[in-house]
Design a binder for this molecule. Structure first.
Ligand code: 5GP
Ligand code: ZN
Length: 113
């Protein structure tokens, strides 16, 4: 298994997990870009957003809802946060297993760099 996030999901590589269930896993980013920087991944390997098919819709929805729940649990619901998927080179994707970044705890710039 060569995919980094598949290896984290399988427990072969340690990660600071904050939530997991039968469909998804959430863990702290190793190089956080905000006071809270959580990555949420589906257990199923999907390389990029371009590879999504209809069957993935439930887990992608669960990932987004879980990101909102984690942000709310930590008190960021009202002041806000950012949830983002990067796709391929121009999107800044570096790990090719779909993941939702959830960042909170500072004012984030828009447009992104
Ligand atoms: P991307 O650039 O693909 O959108 O995001 C990949 C993210 O994975 C980056 O924010 C990076 O810091 C994070 N990352 C890379 N390797 C590891 C790792 O081994 N463990 C954890 N927890 N995060 C990682
Ligand atoms: Zn994978």
């Amino acid at each position: 298994m060569s995919c980094l996030f598949c290896r984290i999901i399988a427990g072969e590589i340690p990660a600071s997990k904050v939530y997991e269930d039968e469909h998804l896993v959430a863990f702290n980013d190793i190089n956080p870009q905000a006071p809270m920087h959580v990555l949420i991944v589906p257990r199923v390997h999907v390389a990029t957003l371009n590879d999504l098919v209809k069957e993935h819709s439930p887990v992608i929805g669960e990932m987004v809802r879980r990101g909102a729940a984690i942000a709310a649990e930590r008190g960021y619901a009202e002041r806000g946060y950012r949830a983002v998927f990067n796709c391929n080179q121009d999107g800044g994707q570096s790990v090719f297993h779909v993941h939702l970044h959830v960042l909170a705890g500072r004012s984030l710039h828009w447009p992104p760099g």
